[in-house]
Design a binder for this molecule. Structure first.
Ligand code: PMV
Length: 358
């Protein structure tokens, strides 16, 4: 490693993502029980500033003074998760062993209580900042910085599984399929995507902004020994293989069927686990029914997905933007908490905003 650099500042922007085929259940160190495919979002993102100082004298592991600020406010309760992340990525990012001071400032573009999981963009941002630091140190003597995108995705995964699908834009798959495509270690950006999906829209309807009643770690662990564990792994494999095909060919109707089935399967798995969780609210069901009636009546390919929460994500294409946004969404927004909706669409991957090294 270079000792040409002793401190610096890296500011990055990382997007959130919404899974079309869901990751639910993990094994080992943040490895997925099943493969998943997601769409990277554009407007829901995290901006993270990392200020670091290395201990030049240390040959063994340094004690790091760590501080974390969220929207300018010092937050102690996030420190254990960040410390775990740093310990997990030390083989990928050796500089992290000689960190003397580390100050992190983070901000989300979406409100904290909007019911949108922030761990994907938050850990992706942190991993991408670490990747930029490591790449700078490795290339310092040659005066070049070459990012290792797979390594960044792997590091993001070690923070929060779904975060590994936010390093790159567009559509990403994480997890290996039965036929060996993909990898459990990191996500891959999908190259064969039909043009109709490149501007896909995602409106997030906020039914409730309350904290989730089951955290994702607890939820993942409920899949171990779940009566439907084996069937779920098979189903997700098939859904991923079919999604790859439909994404490439532009089969929106076939793809939509899979997306809705995935949302329902995720919630069915939660409802049938021990303990059982119902995360949908009555308004969630009402919205799903209204959407399906609209789709049948108008013959417009508009579909929903759900995360581990009650808020439907409405997915549609640019070509149907007008009818969906003028006719369907106003009907659905009536069921939202305070009329809250976040309009989003397919986005780019993580980006370096600015950096400074000394
Ligand atoms: O990354 P985690 O551990 O928060 O898990 C995310 C799980 C789901 O959001 C429900 C599905 C997914 O694939 O993103």
């Amino acid at each position: 490693m270079s000792n040409l650099i002793s401190k610096g500042k890296v500011k990055v922007k990382a997007p959130s993502n919404i899974a079309w085929v869901k990751y639910w259940g993990k094994r080992g160190l943040q490895l997925p029980m099943n493969p998943s495919i997601s769409m990277t979002l554009s407007h829901c993102h995290t901006i993270t500033d990392v200020l670091f100082e290395l201990d030049p004298s240390s040959s063994s592991k340094s004690q790091t003074n760590l501080e974390f600020f969220f929207h300018g406010e010092k937050k102690e309760n996030f420190l254990p998760k960040i410390k775990d992340f740093i310990a997990r990525v030390e083989n990928l990012y050796p500089f992290s062993k000689s960190l003397k001071n580390l100050t992190i400032h983070s901000e989300n573009s979406f409100p904290h209580s909007s019911g949108i999981a922030s761990s994907a963009s938050a850990f992706c941002a942190l991993a991408f900042a670490f990747e930029n630091i490591q790449a700078k140190l490795e290339g310092a003597s040659k005066g070049e910085t070459k990012l290792n995108i797979e390594r960044a995705s792997e590091a993001a995964r070690l923070g929060s599984g779904s975060a590994c699908r936010s390093i790159e834009g567009g559509f990403n798959m994480w997890g290996s399929l039965n036929d060996d495509r993909g990898s459990d270690q990191h996500a891959i950006a999908l190259k064969e995507v039909h043009p109709i999906f490149k501007s896909a829209k995602n409106a997030i309807l906020i039914v409730s902004s309350k904290e989730k009643s089951v955290g994702s770690s607890a939820g993942h662990s409920l899949m171990q020994g779940h009566p439907y564990e084996g069937a779920r792994i098979q189903q997700a494999n098939k859904h991923c293989a079919d999604t790859l095909k439909h994404l490439a060919q532009g089969n929106i109707w076939e793809l939509g069927k899979i997306i809705e089935n995935e949302a329902m399967s995720l919630h069915a798995l939660m409802m049938t686990s021990d303990p059982s969780f119902i995360l949908m609210e009555p308004e969630t069901i009402k919205m799903i029914q209204k959407l399906r009636e609209f789709r049948k009546r108008e013959n417009v390919p508009v579909f929903f997905t759900l995360d581990a929460g009650p808020n439907p994500h409405i997915l549609y294409l640019e070509q149907d933007k007008e009818i969906v946004e003028n006719t369907l969404l106003p009907e659905l927004v009536k069921e939202c908490e305070g009329g809250k909706v976040i309009m989003d669409e397919v986005g780019e991957g993580s980006q370096l905003v600015e950096s400074h090294f000394e």
